[in-house]
Write a protein that binds this ligand. Structure first.
Ligand SMILES: Nc1ncnc2c1ncn2[C@@H]1O[C@H](COP(=O)(O)OP(=O)(O)OP(=O)(O)O)[C@@H](O)[C@H]1O
Ligand SMILES: [Mg+2]
Length: 256
């Protein structure tokens, strides 16, 4: 059986002034796998996720999701096609409760319509009840259901990452792009995140995992892509890439 392409990125370029964040970046992500993207600070990992998810429009090149050309597509269009993401810095709405955070995430194109009284009709109430059930189920999965009615500002850094993941899952995605879910998260909570991601993958959700935490990369990745200076340097399994001399050199180069 041939490889199934989830995402095909071809020759994508993205500059910020004089900085070339992505430079003719070509990479494929297969469905049925968790692919990790690693590399030194500034390698272009977040910019790649931003271009795929519609947060940034590439200067050049093309991006396909499943069989569709989605180059430059807006995030809510991509969400409808089954793509969700989390951010390197959690984006919870701190004055809202956890449950409200999830309910808003359900309507990326028009968040405020949820609260509009004009929509309080029977069909919408049914939809809302379904969304509340789904939100509570997701909070239970990530172990935050007890805190459903607390404001998000009360959460620890690790709990915010779990909330961020559950927000992405409200859209019932087929693929989730994760930007450093383990950053700033205490080791026991990293274990929880690993279990949640592993279970979701077993249920058919694919992941692209940008991560510096090598315990998480080792635990989750089927394949690892190493980025350096805006383009992939190599790909292989965890052991192959972490023992490769070029990869070690790229990391050292990034530090200096
Ligand atoms: N919005 C922006 N404006 C200006 N420069 C940017 C912007 N976003 C990224 N860059 C620059 O583009 C390059 C790639 O950044 P990017 O955030 O994609 O790296 P990264 O691999 O995610 O790094 P890290 O591991 O530190 O998160 C860096 O030189 C960065 O300073
Ligand atoms: Mg980044």
């Amino acid at each position: 059986m041939g490889k199934r392409h989830l995402l095909t990125i071809v020759d994508v370029g993205k500059r910020f002034g004089g900085v070339s964040a992505l430079d003719k970046c070509s990479v494929e992500f297969e469905s049925g796998k968790i692919t990790a993207v690693i590399g030194p600070n500034g390698a272009g990992k977040s910019t790649l996720l931003n271009c795929i998810s519609g947060a940034l429009v590439p200067d050049s090149g093309s991006i396909r999701l499943f069989d569709d050309d989605v180059t430059g597509a807006k995030p809510h269009i991509l969400a409808r096609k089954g793509l969700a993401r989390t951010f390197q810095i959690s984006r919870e709405l701190s004055s809202l409760t956890l449950l409200e955070n999830l309910l808003l995430a359900d309507r990326p194109s028009d968040p405020m319509s949820f609260f509009a009284p004009v929509f309080r009709r029977a069909r919408v109430l049914d939809e809302q009840a379904e969304a509340v059930n789904r939100a509570m189920g997701l909070l239970r999965r990530v172990g935050l259901d007890r805190l459903a009615d607390e404001t998000a500002s009360a959460l620890s850094g690790g709990q915010k990452k779990l909330l961020e993941l559950s927000r992405a899952l409200m859209l019932k995605p087929r693929v989730v792009l994760l930007d450093e879910p383990a950053a700033g998260v205490a080791p026991p909570m990293v274990k929880v995140l690993i279990e949640v991601i592993r279970d979701l993958h077993a249920e058919g959700v694919d992941f692209v995992l940008v991560e510096h935490n090598m315990d998480m990369v080792a635990a989750l990745s089927d394949e690892v892509v190493v980025m350096a200076e805006g383009t992939p340097l190599m790909r292989g399994d965890f052991k192959a890439v972490t023992t490769d001399a070029r990869v070690a050199e790229a990391y050292l180069g990034g530090v200096v």
